[in-house]
Design a protein around this ligand. Structure first.
Ligand code: ATP
Ligand code: MG
Length: 490
């Protein structure tokens, strides 16, 4: 079969070098799959019948990638990160897996088919020769790409029994590609889902993060659930299934959390925002209470409990302390907006202090996910824009004499002035100048001006000082009104 794909020169060079020495060499795995799908591959893998030593002998700059004979061929001139290292792996046969994680031994083979049949899914098991434009597709991967299904190579149960992580990979790939999981492959996952517990949490976490960072995390999490995997990863989310909410909500808690995380993907927001969106209402099921007075459900404390619960999930999945803390904070404070009357600048300042100035804009993103996850219109309502404007007002650097490249202490030392109101007047007179022309804010110039000002009598100096204070206030007002204008609020 023939197929012609555009392949970067760096990659072509590696394949050509191997082939010119009489070896076979093919592109394989994710890169071939992505070429077929018309996507840009994120790394390039070559498979060959050359041994690791033979591979190393052919290239100037190489290193051993892992214990399975993969050699990284380095191209120091490549400007594109994805082309810096081309991974070259000898055809490999994997011996039996007794621990559901790693092969007991690997051996090298001279047959391409051996290498392809050890691979996880048919769509990842197509070999492409970029020099002769031929493909080798023993497991009908191209057909599965067309049908948009993830199908295990060989007998699904055996393959998941060898390596339980493949179950996570199946779902993660389905989420990334927007594919479904073929029936027998899916049945095998459902049957063996409990064995995911044999896999190191860090590896499960890694696949889970890839799933969340895909363009369809909602689809991915639903697949995890349908295949019985979610209960070993985040069973807390499943507690939300069928949990009806109060009047504002049209979705149950489960669907709402999923729609929230889906919005974070549509906006291409980072992992910690996606995790916080996914878990923001995780404590709603356990805090739900019926209120006879309101004739509706209430969820008091679901923010506080949710922060703790999200932290628990993250720790169980062995996420780093840093991202765990951030996600826990975002969940803990996601309710800030519930009371409109409390939108005062001091309330906003308190929130910024609580969630941390470095997280406050991410909190607004989580808030957007929450809102869109309820089925609300995409455009921001007035009070949300108002809130954002106030965050900016609360976090901006104030206009003060602190901005000057000189302080009262230095002025006293250099002019012989004593502590007292004259120092304040001098500083404010200097501030006025700097506000007129920021280029004047150099220590040298300010010092010279301070010396001149210090020669003035009290009355004249006070006048200049007051004018400076006036100017400062004007400047503050101008900045605030610019912020409000930018947010389209009064
Ligand atoms: P990505 O686009 O995320 O890199 P990928 O399919 O290239 O996706 P990798 O983890 O880079 O994923 O793996 C490269 C190839 O190695 C896969 O396409 C597959 O053929 C094979 N592979 C990876 N992990 C496994 C596994 N656990 N079992 C069998 N084959 C695997
Ligand atoms: Mg890859």
């Amino acid at each position: 079969m023939a197929k012609e794909f555009e392949v970067p020169k760096e990659v072509l060079d590696v394949v050509t070098t191997l082939q010119n020495k009489g070896f076979e060499a093919y592109l394989v795995g994710g890169c071939t799959r992505d070429l077929f799908l018309g996507k840009k591959p994120k790394d390039w893998d070559v498979t060959t019948n050359a041994t690791p030593d033979e591979i190393q002998g052919l290239f100037l700059h190489t290193f051993y990638e892992n214990e399975y004979g993969t050699v990284g061929v380095v191209n120091d001139d490549a400007t594109d990160e994805t082309l810096k290292v081309v991974e070259v792996t000898p055809y490999r046969i994997e011996e039996k897996y007794s621990d559901k994680r790693r092969p007991d031994a690997v051996s090298f083979s001279k047959k391409l088919e051996d290498d392809l049949k050890r691979r996880d899914f048919t769509v990842n098991a197509i070999a492409y020769d970029p020099v002769n434009h031929t493909i080798f597709d023993f497991f009908r991967g191209e057909q599965d790409l067309q049908d948009r299904v993830i199908r295990a190579v060989g007998k699904p149960e055996e393959r998941f029994d060898e390596d339980a992580l493949r179950m996570m990979r199946a779902v993660r790939l389905a989420a990334q590609l927007g594919f479904s999981i073929e029936t027998d492959t899916g049945d095998a996952i459902r049957k063996l889902s409990a064995t995911i517990e044999m896999i190191a949490k860090e590896r499960v976490q890694d696949e889970f993060s890839h799933l969340l960072m895909s363009s369809s995390p909602m689809h991915g999490i639903k697949l995890l659930h349908e295949h019985g995997l979610l209960k070993y990863i985040a069973p807390e989310l499943e507690e939300g299934i069928g949990v009806e909410q109060n009047g504002d909500h049209i979705y149950d808690v489960w669907e709402h959390n999923l729609r929230a995380v889906q919005h974070s993907a549509e906006r291409e927001w980072p992992l910690h925002v996606r995790l916080a969106a996914l878990f923001h209402d995780v404590a709603k099921p356990e805090t739900r209470q019926w209120s006879d007075e309101k004739k509706d459900w209430t969820f008091y404390g679901h923010d506080v409990v949710g922060g703790r619960k999200a932290k628990g999930v993250m720790q169980r999945l062995k996420y780093s302390g840093e991202i765990t803390e951030t996600v826990a904070k975002l969940v803990r404070w996601h309710l800030f907006f519930s009371d409109i009357d409390q939108i005062t600048l001091s309330a906003v300042r308190r929130l910024v202090r609580n969630v941390g100035p470095e997280n406050v804009w991410d909190l607004m993103k989580v808030r957007a996910c929450d809102r869109i996850g309820m089925g609300r219109p995409k455009e921001k309502p007035y009070r949300l824009r108002k809130y954002e404007s106030m965050i900016e007002e609360a976090t901006r650097a104030p206009v003060t004499v602190g901005m000057l490249n000189i302080d009262g202490e230095t002025i006293m030392e250099e002019t012989g002035e004593k502590p007292g109101p004259r120092i304040g007047w001098i500083l404010h007179a200097l501030l006025e100048e700097v506000l007129d022309d920021p280029a004047h804010n150099t220590n040298k110039r300010l010092l010279a001006q301070a010396r001149a000002l210090a020669k003035l009598a009290d009355e004249a100096l006070q006048k200049l000082g007051e004018a400076g204070k006036e100017k400062r206030l004007e400047e503050e007002e101008k900045e605030i009104s610019e912020i409000r204008k930018r947010h389209g609020v009064k």
